[in-house]
Design a binder for this molecule. Structure first.
Ligand SMILES: *[C@@H]1O[C@H](CO)[C@@H](O)[C@H](O)[C@H]1NC(C)=O
Ligand SMILES: *[C@@H]1O[C@H](CO)[C@@H](O)[C@H](O)[C@H]1NC(C)=O
Ligand SMILES: *[C@@H]1O[C@H](CO)[C@@H](O)[C@H](O)[C@H]1NC(C)=O
Ligand SMILES: *[C@@H]1O[C@H](CO)[C@@H](O)[C@H](O)[C@H]1NC(C)=O
Length: 490
């Protein structure tokens, strides 16, 4: 007991020293730090609740810096879905193994509890580095945190399996696999297949979405409906995720429809999993999306957002909040209110200037942000003296052209593609403490936001200056619309 207390005190001292708060708010797209201060590194995975304790366990691809494959599956635990403790690898790569060697693909891991064997079962997309196998991997562990023991890698019902998802029906506890069957001409379908009661093998195909050529599937269940979410196939580049609705898993399924405001590319994210939180007051479904960073996969961010479902309209929407407060016990969530400072009222320097933009706040956006000399400064910003999230609303119209690939060129054919610009953010002129703000490509006239955790002085005399940092192409910063400063966590 004493030791535990001491450790916790020590930890929070460390966190304070590192300028980090133990985050209690959920902040989509922020740099999420675990309780050791490292970036949370568990991509395209799932969250599974422990049967006994209700504790949440996050599983995902562990990305090694500068590597695509080889990391295995990492695992984190949390009581509030915002504070994450790392428990290492749940499934570690094994040198020389035919399916989980460091050179193998271990992607989109999912973990479910099996009542029959009273253990946890992990499934994933198992492959070799050239995606020539297209199998489903299976491992098991008596402990949710692992370590998981490899069992097999198989072809589901004899077919190929690429992007992998899992869904458990809350009404009868039955689990299902969701998988796209690859990019070949004969593939391009998404399958929904039922497991046996023990979740050790697939038994039957429940539905096939024929030739829609979608991937990254997940299912949301309500009292009345099932909604299947999937993304288009644009590699690591985000696109407009769609959903299909049905009364039953075997269909008939509806036409697909978009789940987020058009051209936000689902807030720069890809679908992958939906977590159902059955609270005492409300059931909330959380969209757990990935914001892939193809320049450095290990730094990819997480876009977790509540889902709004209107059964009367048979519609589903992923709802954006910069910062929100989720009570996992009651199931209730609310956006946190922040204070807005418009770029229209900020001070520009050098070649940065205010330009008419009918889609921007106040009809004006600041453009020409570049390097150290062409900057925009927000003045009179109220701070608390503690770390607080600040969201930067921007537009970055670097055309997302990508060779001649369809779907990769919404704005321009054959253009050069830039994943993001990087803005510099300086608080109170302290140019030695420059923060880097990644500003993902947007469509023209589409304003998105990215958060940074900043420490402002207590009071209303802070300045926040935004310039441009080198992103591999130039020192351009995005066009700025506004910033929103959120209160520090209590
Ligand atoms: C992956 O498997 C396919 C099918 O067996 C094979 O053709 C390909 O050469 C393999 N790739 C590697 C890197 O071993
Ligand atoms: C499961 O976890 C418990 C408690 O941490 C531990 O005692 C046990 O050895 C673990 N079992 C396995 C198979 O890892
Ligand atoms: C997989 O299923 C597709 C149809 O969805 C079929 O055309 C293809 O031949 C199957 N592949 C294998 C290896 O069974
Ligand atoms: C900005 O300032 C830093 C530090 O003085 C310098 O290294 C960098 O080259 C400058 N960038 C530009 C684009 O001038």
């Amino acid at each position: 007991m004493y030791l535990k207390m001491a450790r916790i005190k020590h930890l929070s001292a460390l966190l304070l020293a590192a300028g980090l708060s133990a985050a209690k708010y959920i902040v989509p797209g922020g740099r999420w730090r675990d309780t050791d201060g490292n970036l949370v590194n568990a991509h395209a995975g799932c969250v599974t609740a422990d049967r006994q304790t209700g504790k949440f366990w996050l599983f995902g691809e562990y990305k090694v810096e500068d590597q695509v494959e080889g990391g295995g599956v990492s695992v984190y635990s949390s009581d509030d879905l915002a504070t994450w403790e790392h428990h290492g690898l749940a499934l570690a790569p094994v040198e020389g193994h035919p399916y989980i060697a460091p050179s193998a693909i271990i992607q989109r891991p999912k973990v479910v509890y099996s009542k029959v064997s009273n253990e946890y079962h992990m499934w994933w997309h198992a492959d070799n580095s050239t995606y020539g196998l297209l199998l489903q991997g299976f491992a098991r562990s008596p402990n949710i945190s692992g370590p998981y023991t490899f069992v097999s890698a198989t072809a589901p019902m004899g077919n190929w399996s690429q992007d992998f998802g899992m869904f458990t029906d809350y009404k009868d506890g039955r689990s299902y696999a969701l998988y796209s069957n690859g990019d070949s001409r004969e593939g391009r379908d998404v399958y929904l297949a039922a497991y046996d009661a023990d979740t050790t093998a697939l038994e039957s195909i429940v539905h096939r979405w024929d030739k829609y050529d979608l991937e990254a599937p997940a299912i949301v269940q309500t009292d009345k409906s099932y909604y299947a979410l999937m993304s288009h196939k644009t590699g690591y580049r985000p696109n407009n995720v769609v959903a299909f609705r049905a009364d039953s898993l075997s269909g008939p399924w509806s036409q697909p429809f978009m789940v987020a405001p058009l051209n936000t590319r689902t807030f720069s994210s890809q679908s992958g999993f939906v977590l159902r939180i059955e609270g005492t007051k409300k059931t909330t479904n959380l969209y757990l999306g990935d914001q892939w960073d193809s320049n450095s996969l290990w730094e990819s961010r997480y876009i977790w957002l509540p889902i709004d479902i209107d059964e009367r309209k048979k519609s589903l929407e992923v709802v954006w909040s910069d910062v929100y407060d989720l009570n996992v016990k009651t199931g209730e969530w609310a956006p946190v209110k922040g204070t807005t400072y418009l770029a229209k009222d900020a001070k520009t320097k050098g070649d940065a200037f205010k330009q008419e933009a009918n889609f921007a706040s106040g009809g004006v956006i600041v453009t020409g942000v570049y390097g150290n000399d062409s900057t925009v400064t927000f003045e009179g910003v109220q701070g608390s003296g503690k770390p607080q999230w600040v969201s930067f609303y921007y537009q970055n119209t670097d055309d997302m052209g990508f060779g001649d690939q369809p779907g990769g060129t919404p704005d321009r054919i054959g253009g050069s593609w830039q994943l993001r610009r990087i803005a510099s953010v300086v608080v109170n002129g302290k140019t030695r403490e420059v923060e880097s703000l990644y500003q993902r490509d947007t469509h023209k006239g589409i304003i998105l936001s990215t958060p940074l955790l900043l420490t402002l002085d207590n009071g209303r005399k802070n300045t926040i200056t935004v310039g441009g940092l080198w992103n591999g192409f130039d020192h351009k910063g995005g066009d700025l619309d506004r910033i929103v400063v959120y209160p520090a966590e209590k």
